[in-house]
Design a protein around this ligand. Structure first.
Ligand SMILES: [Zn+2]
Length: 326
């Protein structure tokens, strides 16, 4: 998560959402599994779902950043209540808190209030999605419960599900707690009017309390998609065409299949190793995995990233943990 000052509202910080660890893991795995991997179809489905979720959340952040009201925005919270409650976005205003749930669904969408399902018609297929309002409401109740333990003040926690896809056509009337993301401004306005007489919250105190409760979360996807590291595809792999890059001595890494000459092909390959095998590998094992024959070229390229090292000669280890945050 990176922050910078919001040009639309002085004093408000814009949040830059980083690619979630789970998505990075699935992308790395999709490049590295062999052609005959049994779970390829499930892996690609999971990858598409996570990519779509990430795009939706970034779209939500875009509209939050344009809100012309004083607020504090927190993203990707994992609060320890009934297991871990995940919250896509949470806005703290002076009068109330708003929990946001992003739903990135493309196609013709309607809401059935009696069954509380979101129904999507797309490519001649009808899909029923679980109720995003209920998800947002559940998260809001957990936030209220947790804050009641750290403050005596009665805090209003509203909840709102946002349809974040630009390719979503809504054909039914929507209940109060769900709307297209473009209408976030109007919804926030209505909540501000509704709660204008509520007590003034200390945004920074609430932010500090919630961040203290927040737990780091790493999906254990290696259980869902097991693979022996020996069977992973080795070498430097092009992220566009997924072909192994032919390495030419004294030349930069360049894909011969699609002309992708990204400077970060090497960086991406060592990140793959960190995500899928080991975050603190022995140098030699990493070089063998990348199939770089020239030791000095490997060392020179690695030096660009200031990777911390421990140990000597064949037992030298590098710590790739920080690289995963780039
Ligand atoms: Zn390529």
């Amino acid at each position: 998560m990176t922050n910078f000052t919001n040009p639309y509202k002085k004093g408000v910080i814009i949040i830059i959402r980083k690619k979630p660890y789970a998505l990075q893991y699935l992308e790395a795995l999709s490049r590295r599994v062999p052609e005959d991997y049994k779970l390829t179809k499930e892996l690609m489905n999971e990858l598409r779902n996570r990519e779509s979720g990430y795009i939706g959340e970034k779209n939500m952040d875009f509209y939050v950043a344009r809100l012309p009201f004083q607020h504090t925005y927190l993203i990707d919270l994992y609060l320890p209540s009934l297991g871990l409650t995940q919250i896509d976005g949470l806005l703290i205003f002076e009068q109330f808190i708003l929990v946001l749930e992003s739903k990135h669904i493309s196609g013709v969408v309607s809401y059935n209030p009696s069954t509380r399902h979101l129904i999507r018609e797309y490519a001649n297929q009808v899909t029923h999605f679980s109720d995003p309002i209920a998800q947002a409401e559940f998260a809001a109740v957990q936030v209220q419960k947790m804050l009641s333990k750290v403050t005596d003040k009665e805090i209003v926690v509203e909840h709102l599900a946002l349809l974040t896809s630009k390719h979503c056509v809504v054909t039914s009337e929507l209940p109060e707690n769900i709307c297209r993301v473009e209408h976030l401004y109007q919804k926030v306005m209505s909540y501000l009017v509704k709660h204008k007489d509520k007590l003034i919250l200390n945004e920074s105190e609430i932010k500090a309390s919630l961040l203290q409760l927040n737990r780091p979360f790493e999906n254990n996807l290696s259980n869902a998609f097991p693979i022996d590291p020996q069977n992973l595809r080795k070498g430097i792999i092009c992220p566009l065409c997924k072909k192994i890059v032919k390495q030419i001595p004294y030349k930069i890494y360049q894909c011969n299949s699609c002309d992708n000459s990204e400077d970060n092909l090497f960086l991406l390959a060592i990140k793959d190793y960190a995500l899928l095998i080991d975050k603190q590998p022995i140098n030699l094992h990493l070089r063998q995995f990348l199939q770089i024959p020239c030791r000095s070229k490997f060392r020179r390229t690695l030096q660009k990233y200031n990777v911390p090292k421990t140990g000597h000669s064949h037992a030298t280890r590098v710590n790739l943990t920080q690289l995963l945050k780039l």
